[in-house]
Write a new protein. Structure first.
Length: 118
């Protein structure tokens, strides 16, 4: 049985909320990166590591931040795809792409862009 109109509206709202949250996180990340780059260009050496271990920690932190930003971008793409699926075929939204089974509403409420039951 397809999702009701009310359930689809709820899921669509959840998708918009999640998208806004993730876009906000990405903006914070890019704002932080821009701020750190401008400090470096201004000649502020206070952020320059004084020990090789500090440099390694800084690099690890930058790689982790980049990884998180990449994941957030991928989640935004999944959300956009889910919004498109709702708009184009609301009757089949919430159907597992592999098995054709219905994805439980509870799962969609938590992960509204879910494509599978698992």
């Amino acid at each position: 049985m397809p999702l009701s109109h009310k359930q689809l509206q709820h899921i669509e709202q959840r998708l918009h909320e999640e998208r806004a949250r993730l876009v906000g996180q990405l903006r914070e990340f890019t704002d932080t990166e821009s701020s750190e780059e401008s400090e470096g260009r201004a000649g502020d050496l206070s952020k320059f590591p004084t020990h090789p271990a500090d440099l390694g920690s800084d690099i690890a932190s930058e790689e982790l931040d980049a990884s998180i930003a990449t994941r957030r971008s991928a989640e935004i793409a999944e959300i956009d795809a889910a919004l498109e699926r709702i708009a184009q075929s609301p009757d089949t939204f919430g159907t597992d792409e592999n098995s054709g089974e219905r994805i439980p509403f509870e799962r969609l409420d938590i992960i509204p862009w879910a494509r599978t039951t698992v």
